[in-house]
Design a protein. Structure first.
Length: 233
């Protein structure tokens, strides 16, 4: 898939775009009464071949069964700069979501939302661009502070910005005695709802099923894309 013509190409342009979009984030719950189709998105790269693959996997929230899945393959859209990873990933993620025939009620991103230095991680950026309800579930706390939650499943503690003391997310124990995940608001969702959604999707493993399925799919799709490229050369 081609990179959008107006996509930022420099760090200064990307920082300016984050500042422009940040006030548009809605960190409150929208209507989730019919929240049944939950998508997970993830991305895999091969920098040596300038290749990125995004996967979008749609699950039924009640059964956690896969309803639909899609992938998108393209060129890497932006250099690696901490805090600006969304600019590398979003063009492919948007294409993968657009390839689904059904619109998700919520999208779970493998990364951050408001738990970001400029409060616009991938989940928030994606939500503002699409209008979809989004949340971020990350494997590490990035630059933020937290106390370890209690060992029981469902325990959580605030994830705070050390510079301001602001709560930007929560460390959430999804499995007893297993290290927590780090949940943050993306767009059109409150933090309590984001935590409940994460726990609902992580019934058997540390990571939500949305993330597990999307991670597996994008890795497989990247391997297939590399094989296809090799065989054509």
């Amino acid at each position: 898939m081609p990179i959008p013509a107006d996509w930022p190409t420099t760090e200064a342009q990307a920082l300016a775009e984050q500042e422009r979009l940040r006030p548009l984030v809605q960190a409150v719950d929208g209507d989730s009464s019919e929240d049944r189709l939950i998508a997970g998105v993830d991305v895999a790269y091969d920098d040596d071949h300038d290749l990125v693959v995004a996967a979008a996997v749609l699950l039924d929230r009640d059964t956690l069964g896969v309803v639909e899945e899609a992938t998108a393959v393209g060129r890497i859209a932006f250099p690696y700069v901490p805090g600006l990873l969304a600019f590398r990933e979003l063009p492919a993620v948007l294409d993968a979501l657009a390839a689904l025939t059904r619109t998700p009620d919520t999208v779970v991103c493998d990364g951050y939302g408001l738990a970001h230095p400029r409060r616009l991680g991938l989940a928030s950026h994606l939500g503002v661009l699409t209008g979809l309800r989004t949340l971020g579930v990350a494997k590490t706390p990035f630059i933020f502070d937290h106390r370890e939650p209690d060992t029981e499943r469902g325990s959580s503690t605030p994830l705070t910005d050390p510079a301001t003391g602001e709560e930007v997310g929560r460390a959430v124990r999804t499995r007893p005695g297993v290290k927590p995940v780090y949940v943050s608001v993306g767009h059109r969702i409150g933090l309590d709802t984001a935590v409940r959604t994460t726990l609902d999707l992580a019934r058997r493993y540390r990571l939500p099923e949305t993330t597990r399925h999307a991670d597996s799919l994008c890795r497989r799709a990247l391997a297939e894309a590399l094989r296809a490229r090799t065989s054509s050369n």
